[in-house]
Design a protein around this ligand. Structure first.
Ligand SMILES: *[C@@H]1O[C@H](CO)[C@@H](O)[C@H](O)[C@H]1NC(C)=O
Ligand SMILES: *[C@@H]1O[C@H](CO)[C@@H](O)[C@H](O)[C@H]1NC(C)=O
Ligand SMILES: *[C@@H]1O[C@H](CO)[C@@H](O)[C@H](O)[C@H]1NC(C)=O
Ligand SMILES: *[C@@H]1O[C@H](CO)[C@@H](O)[C@H](O)[C@H]1NC(C)=O
Ligand SMILES: *[C@@H]1O[C@H](CO)[C@@H](O)[C@H](O)[C@H]1NC(C)=O
Ligand SMILES: *[C@@H]1O[C@H](CO)[C@@H](O)[C@H](O)[C@H]1NC(C)=O
Ligand SMILES: *[C@@H]1O[C@H](CO)[C@@H](O)[C@H](O)[C@H]1NC(C)=O
Ligand SMILES: *[C@@H]1O[C@H](CO)[C@@H](O)[C@H](O)[C@H]1NC(C)=O
Ligand SMILES: *[C@@H]1O[C@H](CO)[C@@H](O)[C@H](O)[C@H]1NC(C)=O
Length: 369
């Protein structure tokens, strides 16, 4: 139970600070990564490298600033060999790129941190902010805003295209109360971000400057990161001087990306329309405009590169067809068939193939006499 004055102070904070939106956190998993753009012997423009350290870079992304290897400056990565292995940074920023898929990219996170001494004085105070306005990137719904601490209130403000303010509170009175394993509201709270957000600032504040919890929780942290990759370990995280380092090396921010700022309908008539043969255009669902290209069903490869997507030969891979005997590949699909002298739909799990003569054994006997 919280003492009455703490509750009062809490209520005051809630009403005097900005309106807090406490989002119910139910992750909708609609944007699972797909990796068509990596499926081809050649995934870059001619003469462009495909690898920066551990990162594979498929077109429309490219390695080298002003190299022409990417579809635009924000798709070009600065591959720095000052590190081993080399690191890829987006354009001229210090944002590191880690993984590129058909609709998303994973980038480095920034962590807000605030530490107090036993008297409640601030000894360290870093805020975290990020601004991707004017770029093809926006924060994915796979991220959450996380706050770690036992006497903490943190707000996250959006700027620019999304007028957004949210935040959460985490309170606990002893290390024993903290539940590790998931972000439950005790020692760790989390809230959602709206789709299409391109910029945010996170600010940490405290109810009692950690004076009541300083024995086990000198610091608090706030960051935006991929929900599925953050592992809250409970009280041990509170006293871990390496907590920020661990989170920075394991948790990424997922960003959605799109080409241009036009919809498919608008882009299809423009001369720099990016989708090549046998591909489809998909409008970005962030509300910011832009589109992506996707191979038609039954086709694969990088839809942004000539010659476009090519037919998948389903017959060559037993996992891709369900034919019992004969498989005939066709553009975009395949058909099953039966050898001469047999009939049926030719599918495993369907009618399969049945020999004509095995159908009439009794008739045969009758005729034979
Ligand atoms: C999350 O949403 C799904 C689908 O809308 C629903 O079935 C599920 O019960 C929800 N989970 C929680 C924890 O609210
Ligand atoms: C989303 O769904 C995919 C496939 O169903 C799964 O592999 C992935 O872990 C899910 N991600 C989240 C954040 O739930
Ligand atoms: C590329 O990255 C390196 C290492 O971070 C940096 O020193 C350099 O200035 C960057 N180049 C540009 C053009 O931003
Ligand atoms: C974010 O960047 C854009 C474009 O560079 C700029 O116009 C805007 O003022 C920046 N926003 C903040 C909050 O810094
Ligand atoms: C917390 O610290 C701030 C400034 O350091 C001070 O103004 C405030 O009174 C302190 N609050 C508590 C509850 O100690
Ligand atoms: C926390 O500390 C403040 C003053 O520093 C005190 O008034 C309050 O009762 C304490 N709260 C708890 C839960 O111990
Ligand atoms: C801190 O964490 C990083 C990443 O997990 C690890 O590489 C490093 O060795 C750790 N440092 C200490 C002092 O534990
Ligand atoms: C859309 O992109 C074009 C070309 O990059 C640019 O000139 C234009 O200002 C952009 N429009 C908006 C609304 O951002
Ligand atoms: C294969 O694709 C063609 C052309 O799109 C279509 O007419 C045909 O019905 C498809 N066949 C099957 C078995 O899906």
């Amino acid at each position: 139970m919280l003492p009455e004055n703490t509750l009062l102070r809490l209520v005051c904070l809630l009403f005097t600070a900005v309106t807090l939106a406490f989002a119910a956190t139910n992750s909708t998993n609609t944007t699972a990564d797909t990796f068509d753009i990596l499926k081809a012997p050649v995934i870059t423009k001619p003469g462009c490298p495909s690898q920066c350290g551990d990162l594979t870079v498929p077109y429309p992304f490219g390695i080298g600033l002003s190299s022409g290897c990417g579809i635009g400056e924000w798709f070009e990565l600065n591959c720095s060999h000052a590190f081993d292995p080399p690191r890829a940074y987006i354009y001229d920023t210090n944002i590191q790129a880690f993984e590129i898929s058909d609709n998303q990219m994973r980038i480095s996170i920034v962590i807000a941190r605030r530490c107090y001494d036993t008297t409640g004085a601030d000894v360290l105070r870093n805020k975290a902010s990020s601004n991707m306005s004017g770029t093809p990137y926006s924060y994915s719904e796979l991220n959450k805003f996380f706050v770690i601490g036992c006497d903490d209130l943190a707000l996250v403000f959006g700027d620019g295209s999304r007028d957004f303010t949210s935040g959460c509170i985490t309170l606990c009175s002893s290390a024993e109360d903290i539940i590790g394993g998931y972000c439950s509201g005790i020692g760790c709270c989390q809230t959602s971000l709206p789709k299409g957000l391109q910029s945010y600032t996170a600010v940490l504040s405290s109810l009692n400057n950690h004076t009541n919890v300083s024995s086990f929780d000198p610091c608090s942290y706030a960051f935006v990161g991929e929900e599925a990759r953050f592992d809250f370990r409970g009280a041990s995280d509170m006293s871990d001087p390496n907590f920020s380092q661990r989170v920075k090396s394991t948790v990424r921010i997922v960003v959605d990306w799109a080409v241009g700022n036009l919809t498919c309908a608008g882009a299809q008539n423009s001369e720099d329309y990016a989708c090549k043969a046998n591909s489809e255009c998909v409008d970005s669902d962030t509300g910011l405009g832009g589109y992506r290209c996707k191979c038609k069903d039954g086709y694969e490869r990088n839809p942004y590169l000539d010659p476009g997507c090519t037919d998948i030969n389903e017959c060559a891979d037993p996992n891709l067809h369900n034919c019992a005997k004969l498989c005939i590949n066709a553009p975009g699909n395949f058909t099953c068939s039966c050898p001469h002298g047999e009939y049926g739909d030719g599918t495993i799990g369907g009618k399969g193939c049945i020999a004509y003569n095995s159908q009439f054994p009794i008739t045969k006997v009758a005729l034979g006499n």
